[in-house]
Write a protein that binds this ligand. Structure first.
Ligand code: URA
Length: 436
């Protein structure tokens, strides 16, 4: 096969065959295709898109470029959740113990924060001793014993995606629905799951700014799952304001524990319970979504989800004492209150700016090698629709004598738009996309 012909075919809008896609992934993984030819194909895909069968083949080849986990030794349905990323998005942390305490098996591979969105792994590492670098054998053992385990991506998991993503980053081809979808699904399917719940974020703080784009991404992800023989449901959820009140690491663990204690912000509670209900239903532990919701709620009220979280922390070598004593986690030395500069109603909060303010104080990273300050964080005290008087505290920045504090304050002030008219509150769950 001559790769130039493959590039030309896609450039001219024709469908690539499974053999051509296999040739692309095999040879790029082996280092026998140069970056300039692959970059050219990626741009052709960016401009021309891909059909459902092309995407099925691309995802299949990417996921088989490395190890595919085998959880068939566990008798039960293995379900995971993936979020396309938001500010203050700590949902996986209360969600996994809720679903696991209802009998669902969850082999969860999560990411680190980069740019304005945080990462589940960084948040979990606020818990003293918590280990996210667990080898495959122990990962499988903990999933079997505890019903769940949360770790970081290994080098053996979909390595072709890692290589292609780096090239996309350098060639302006990241925001392509086929390339995003195959990237996400190749990693998720390599976890050896049977079912997946997707939280596709939509709004000012998300990759997908409009419902139309989010729907296209969600439908593509669901279709790839269907073609791979997996159950997939996607929820399109609002990502305008940051989720909950806490944006950071330790403070997001505290907020997650509060949810498991039956408290915490209502938006986090609603989203967590919705995704958990679907996981419990997909995991055959409930007769319907509604029944899954009842079981999820009961796991909070009877304390079983909180107990499960404690067991998970212990299994991953962390100090489960944090559940009753938040002071065991990294904290902050200084606090700055950000005050409203005028009276009115909060019209919108630019979540990206709040996320960037977190980076200014060290709670997030600019580049992969940055160290995270787990104690630093932002408390979003007022949300869209709230009435505010000039001088009221709209957000609190907790930091450890960070040099970026002035920039952080400026970003938070810039994030808040205060107008004269109260805006209608909008639903958190915009729509759901199911198979069949
Ligand atoms: N997340 C991924 O895993 N891949 C993408 O391409 C974009 C978001």
């Amino acid at each position: 096969m001559i790769f130039q012909d493959v590039i030309i075919k896609k450039r001219d809008g024709y469908e690539l065959s499974p053999d051509e896609i296999k040739y692309f992934i095999d040879n790029y993984s082996a280092g026998t295709l140069p970056d300039y030819q692959v970059a050219s194909l990626l741009m052709a895909i960016f401009l021309r898109g891909m059909t459902g069968s092309e995407l099925a083949a691309l995802t299949h080849e990417m996921l088989h470029s490395g190890d595919v986990m085998d959880f068939s030794f566990i008798d039960g349905i293995k379900v995971d959740k993936h979020s396309t990323g938001g500010v203050g998005d700590k949902i996986s942390i209360p969600l996994a113990p809720i679903a696991a305490s209802c009998g669902v098996y969850i082999p969860m591979i999560s990411g680190r924060g980069l740019g304005h969105t945080g990462g589940t792994l960084d948040k979990l590492e606020s818990i003293p001793g918590f280990n996210v670098n667990i080898d495959t054998e122990n990962f499988k053992r903990i999933v079997q014993e505890q019903g769940m385990c949360l770790i970081g991506q290994t080098k053996q998991l979909a390595p072709a995606d890692r290589k292609i993503y780096a090239l996309r980053d350098a060639t302006g081809t990241v925001p392509s629905i086929p390339l995003i979808s195959s990237s996400i699904m190749s990693k998720k399917l390599a976890e050896g799951i049977d079912a997946l719940v997707l939280d596709v974020k939509c709004g000012s703080g998300a990759f997908m700014k409009t419902v139309e784009n989010a729907t296209e991404l969600a439908s593509t992800l669901v279709d790839i799952g269907y073609r791979a023989g997996k159950k997939v449901t996607a929820f399109i959820t609002r990502m305008d304001d940051p989720l909950g009140q806490a944006v950071g690491n330790s403070n997001e663990i505290i907020e997650s524990i509060e949810i498991l204690k039956g408290r915490g912000p209502s938006d986090i509670r609603q989203l967590t319970l919705t995704l958990a209900a679907e996981m419990i239903f997909m995991g055959n532990k409930a007769e319907s979504f509604e029944d899954g919701m009842k079981k999820a709620e009961a796991s909070i009220s009877d304390g079983s989800a909180l107990k499960k979280f404690g067991e998970l922390i212990t299994a991953q070598h962390g100090n489960a004492g944090v559940i009753d004593n938040y002071d065991l986690m990294p904290s902050y030395t200084d606090t700055v209150e950000v005050k409203a500069t005028k009276s009115g109603y909060i019209t919108s909060i630019n979540s990206t700016e709040i996320g960037m303010a977190g980076i200014e104080i060290g709670a997030g990273r600019r580049v992969v090698s940055d160290k995270v300050d787990h104690g630093a964080g932002i408390e979003v005290m007022m949300k869209s629709g709230d009435q505010v008087n000039k001088g009221d505290t709209i957000a609190v920045i907790n930091h450890n004598a960070s040099s970026g504090i002035e920039n952080a304050v400026a970003r938070v002030l810039n994030a808040y738009v205060i107008g004269d008219v109260k805006i209608e509150s909008k639903p958190m769950i915009i729509k759901e996309i199911r198979q069949g």
